[in-house]
Design a protein around this ligand. Structure first.
Ligand SMILES: [Zn+2]
Ligand SMILES: [Zn+2]
Length: 467
């Protein structure tokens, strides 16, 4: 059996791992590289195309709908590769939303880049893929329940384990029989934090011979949620005094809803003043509908009962949902304190950019960073204290206060990651640490070696391992 890492090796984006046995080939995730300078080159890599054309996957398994896990799937039709895509049912819905959006972004980026090039007398660029490509792969999705084994290729049985990271997110267990030998491979996918009171906790795997584990926050723990809520409370108090805007770059799916849940909790405690809250993202609005449709997949039994009785986790009378770009632009002229939540979460595109362009230079603006900022992203530069940044073609001086509040993370911290793997102590699985920058993944690998006694590797991009 052979494992090949086609992304997320020493970085947090581009998740893709190929599993090849003598009888079957399975691709686990095929995510987009995002944020870094060479992302586009890697997304268009002919070497990856050749590898997959040669391997001809019999099945594709998707852990969850984040673009860094599904965003390269629409490349497959044009590469002449077709295979059923297995995921949980909520992931099918969310992948529809996210892949169509990704295709729109690809088309717009290509249009912009083409305009720039043509001014310089250079050739037009093709989008990475189109909405039609995204629609084509969406037809290949096959929904499955968590905890229910299903055979997906010769000698390969799949089981999803709830991972508490995003609606529909799951770890993947593959039971693989190759030349009469059975082995259990576990892919953590992205893991959610433990200890969020109303969320169903991640399902820890009981056994594994081979483990592929994420390490986004492998070197640190998040601050406790209560502390995060207090910090947020302070930022809002200040904004009320100086009348500035609070900009929250937030991923439309998951994070935006998390921020609204927190604001609702503040309001119930009487700590949220009467400040307008704008969700400036049509996608976040649609995602909210999917969270309402699939809420039983996400919450504890106790919370599901309360919700059936009418309890609402998001309940804000001052909430405005901004759909059109005209409405979005009008927010720029609005006076007074307001909370604006807009995508993208790493400030690498989307409506948050024009809010940043119009407000970063004002000293009474607060930018609240609530999610992971990849190396090379505008969000990361702000967190690192850049005094001047380029936004939408303008050079903007940064006078706004930048706050990082990381207790809202949808990712497990170090302690959570180690706890998730703890039951594998007896198995001492051959372990591959991916989906993390090198510092965090080395820290997690050494932690795992101590706690479960495993032998580990930090796979490189396109590196293969015979097992
Ligand atoms: Zn994710
Ligand atoms: Zn991820």
């Amino acid at each position: 059996m052979k494992l090949t890492f086609l992304g997320a090796a020493g970085e947090v984006t581009g998740s893709a791992t190929l599993v090849e046995t003598s009888e079957a080939t399975v691709l686990v995730d095929f995510g987009l590289h995002q944020g870094a300078a060479d992302s586009d080159r890697r997304n268009r890599s002919t070497a990856i195309r050749q590898t997959l054309r040669r391997a001809k996957p019999d099945a594709i398994v998707v852990t969850h709908a984040h673009i860094d896990h599904v965003g390269r799937l629409p490349l497959l039709p044009s590469w002449g590769i077709k295979a059923p895509i297995h995921s949980t049912a909520p992931t099918v819905d969310l992948a529809g939303l996210l892949l169509r959006d990704s295709a729109h972004i690809q088309s717009e980026d290509a249009r912009g880049e083409t305009r720039r090039r043509q001014r310089g007398g250079r050739k037009a660029v093709e989008p990475l893929y189109t909405v039609a490509d995204a629609e084509a792969v969406l037809e290949w999705f096959r929904p499955h329940e968590c905890d229910t084994p299903v055979e997906i290729a010769n000698g390969v049985t799949l089981r999803f384990l709830h991972s508490a990271h995003l609606l529909g997110a799951a770890s993947v267990e593959l039971r693989v029989i190759d030349r009469g030998v059975e082995r259990r491979l576990v892919f953590s996918g992205d893991l959610g934090p433990g200890g969020v009171p109303f969320l169903k906790p991640p399902h820890r795997p009981e056994h594994a011979d081979v483990l592929v584990i994420e390490s986004t926050y492998g070197d640190r723990d998040h601050r406790p949620l209560e502390e995060t809520v207090r910090e947020f409370d302070r930022v809002i108090d200040h904004a009320m005094i100086d009348g500035g805007k609070i900009l929250i770059p937030a991923f439309a799916v998951g994070r935006t809803q998390g921020v609204l849940v927190m604001l609702t909790a503040l309001r119930r405690d009487g700590r949220l003043p009467d400040i307008p809250v704008y969700v400036d993202s049509p996608m976040a609005i649609e995602a909210g509908d999917l969270y309402r449709k699939w809420y039983e997949a996400l919450f504890t039994d106790e919370m599901i009962e309360r919700m059936k009785g009418g309890f609402r986790l998001i309940d804000l009378p001052q909430l405005h949902r901004v759909r059109t770009s005209d409405e979005s632009r009008r927010l720029n002229d609005m006076k007074g304190a307001a909370i604006i939540i807009a995508a993208s979460g790493m400030c690498s595109g989307g409506r948050i950019l024009h809010h940043l362009k119009h407000n970063l230079w004002k000293a009474n603006t607060d930018v609240v960073i609530v999610g992971y900022q990849a190396e090379g992203s505008l969000g990361r530069r702000l967190v690192n204290g850049a005094r001047r940044v380029n936004v939408l073609g303008a050079s903007v001086i940064v006078q706004a206060k930048i706050h990082t509040i990381n207790g809202l993370s949808a990712h497990a911290g170090r302690t959570d990651l180690l706890a998730w793997a703890a039951l594998l102590k007896g198995d001492r699985p051959r372990t591959f640490v991916n989906h993390g920058e090198n510092g965090p993944r080395l820290a997690l690998a050494t932690g795992l070696a101590e706690s479960i006694g495993c032998e580990w590797s930090l796979p490189g991009y396109r590196e293969s391992f015979e097992l």
